[in-house]
Design a protein around this ligand. Sequence first.
Ligand code: MIC
Ligand code: SF4
Length: 639
Amino acid sequence: MNKTIAEKVIAKHLTDGQMATGEEIALKIDHTLTQDSTGTLAYLEFEAMGVPKVKTELSLSFVDHNMLQNDFRNADDHRYLQGVAEKYGVVFSRPGNGICHQLYLERFAKPSATLLGSDSHTPTAGGMGMIAIGAGGLDVAAAMAGEPFYLEMPSILGINLTGQLSPFVSAKDVILQVLRELTVKGGVNKILEYFGSGVKTLSVPERGTITNMGTETGATTSIFPSDEATRAFLCGQGREEQWSELKADDNAQYSEVLELNLAKVEPLIALPHSPDNVKPVSEVEGTPVDQVCIGSCTNSSLRDLKIVSALLKGKKISDNVSLTVSPGSRQALQNLAATGELEPLIQSGARILENACGPCIGIGQAPTTEGVSLRTFNRNFKGRSGTQDAKVYLVSPETAVASAITGEITDPRKLGKYPELAMPEKFVISDNMFIYPAAKPAGPVIMGPNIKPLPAFQPIPYKLNGEVLLKLGDNISTDDILPGGSEIMSLRSNIPEISKYTFCHINKSFASRALERSGGFIVGGENYGQGSSREHAALAPKYLGVKAVLAKSFARIHMANLINFGILPLTFAVKQDYSNIAQGDLLELAIKDLDKNLIVKNLTKGTQIQVTLSLSDLEKRMVRAGGKLAYIKAKQALQ
Ligand code: MIC
Ligand code: SF4
């Protein structure tokens, strides 16, 4: 059979199931990654599994999200992560080293391998020709324990790149164009596979920008071939021996094909408050801007920093704009400094922040009241920046710089001549902020008072009943369910405390009402749970007693997280039935055999609604056992 590249990597790692769209498959996972804000839970879960050392080829733990140490809580989390990494054989990337996806691409990614990461932008490594998937911490912990990763075999959407990008148009505009066509749910249960003559015109970090933000389409992952550009990048990183070619067979079959002529892409911008609300920059030109933030795992590579430096050279930013730059890694910053290209940034008035996620997850730089913020990031959900009424726009580094200089949204093509970018043949490399586990014997794992044991849950009963605690609309994100920001993120290893913030920006009384009523139900619209992989968005509602979520459709990672913790994701069989349930209605549902077709009785209205519950046999066993953790614990004990 002629295979696509995604099929080739999947076939090489298939441990169970048939590679047919919609079938459940199991994949061997070569590498795992975690970051601090999902990592503490993932390692608490891993420890609970009772496995003495990780069983993967390579597991990595990064600290890049919540870097502020306002009090002991984050500092304790970081210390716990370092100790646990040493004990179980995980490579630890120290705070300040950089953003997990950028560092992984530079130092560890290799073609044709698999990566599972407890962060939704794990697909960044697809730019290296990998199958790299984002998942909840528990799934990553299971992979560290040697378990395969189960998923529904996605369909493969081919994106045929032709032509070449014009000056001032870059990889960010390509993925914004894809989002414009696919929307935030058009990629669900799909792999976006790039092919065609345009591929070779893009470097690995540019490909990484595209695969990174493929996440915003809801796609399982995105992947590029491994070719000479891949070899050149690995060679520059001193890792040429890890290169291997990965290309699709002639006549490989895609389930659908999207044509994208790079030469026709223009500078694009995602308007508030959704990454798919994409328009040409020229349509919103002239809008005054208060803040410009460059960085995040989407646009913080050396390539991006170099263009920012070249465009800022000899310029001063507008008096009304605060410009921040967060390099993606220490390597990117060091290389920029080595060639004197850091200087123009400093001279222009840019504020150089730490090599970390920073403003992307609301750790500092919240915009002013009703402020307009242009960001090179990947998400502009309402309130994610830390200011509820701010207007966040997503742009390329080129558009960001042009607008920072003029003080209003500006088409970067107005900046004159596009500078030549010289990428180093060999990068300046220093790995001394990675701690390799074998280097010294493991010390004790120290837990601070804010790190609380995981709550234990009972197997779910045969009948569920309770009140509809909250009724929501379409595209509810995990940021809506459990927000980021330094305050709330400091509680990521303390479920009882963090659960108090569930839906806090949408409905302040949610947590207390849920506890008072011993739980109940949530009703959502389309694409419920889009965005981040944080399993807290399932675990906190579970802690509050939420039994099931009824929605028109679900985002992949959140649906898996709900199942892992025994909250049933129920899809309306007839979408109009969404209108037949109101907040406050009392519902009842028999679930003895966890059948696919179930009837929900609306006791308040005296009506019945049909819903579907799509659980594989394995998922049914997990739900029965009281969740995935209890299931794996029992399984590991038998080995
Ligand atoms: C995000 O971009 O929302 C995050 C923070 O990186 C999350 C993970 C988290 O919530 O910690 C993600 O994308 O998975
Ligand atoms: Fe960090 Fe933002 Fe990337 Fe999430 S999207 S990993 S918060 S930089």
